[in-house]
Design a protein around this ligand. Sequence first.
Ligand SMILES: C[S@@+](CC[C@H](N)C(=O)[O-])C[C@H]1O[C@@H](n2cnc3c(N)ncnc32)[C@H](O)[C@@H]1O
Length: 229
Amino acid sequence: MVQKEMSDGIFNITKGSRRGLATKNLDPGAGVYGEKLVTIEGNEYRMWNPKRSKLAAMALKRMRIPIRHDSRVLYLGAASGTTVSHVSDMVPDGVVYAVEFSARTIRDLVQMCERRSNIVPILADATHPSSYAHIVGPVDVIFQDVAQPNQAKIAIINARRFLKNGGHLLLSIKARSVDTVASPDKIFKEEIRTLEADDVGFHVSNRQDLSPFHEDHMGVVAERKIVKE
Ligand SMILES: C[S@@+](CC[C@H](N)C(=O)[O-])C[C@H]1O[C@@H](n2cnc3c(N)ncnc32)[C@H](O)[C@@H]1O
């Protein structure tokens, strides 16, 4: 029976046949989407499948996940809340602003929020950050998984509005959403160039291909440079 913390709030667990990533359940006794629950030394963990989550794949690829127990996280592309629920576990003293533009998809997430008070569901388009600026304040981390053609641009406009100096962007880039024919490598380079060239001040500290968990996806960790006032 082993439980090792890989990064704040992300655990590597081995118990009998159960082995893999997990987060400590903020709502003990209840699962969210049918994931397995495992109890070790009185703590309940929710198993986290990297094939169902770009963020879990990034953690398994040993990318630094700069989310702390009290982080304020802006999550773009929340869908029904699979990964959002694990981020909620990771920030028991923080908050997750979960933005999703499909009313149908966000329904399950809204239901989950009745049991998890640190998630704020927002039905909005991430390309229009002004539409949720009255709800979201400055954040420590932006996680983005929107599968859209202009992924770097969406990250930039949100970072400009909400990301603190020194804050981090965790970005999943899906090559096929940018261009269905160009080589993924070329697309990733261009998206990263767009990020680094913008005067929002991003420094990309790590990038990793997310295969075999997600084909033609790249995980990116970037820091917004600290600007002295
Ligand atoms: C790949 S799925 C996200 C999966 C989710 N991150 C998870 O791991 O559980 C992409 C989601 O982004 C949403 N999306 C795409 N473009 C968006 C936009 N401009 N604003 C908000 N949500 C968007 C889609 O509706 C879809 O639910």
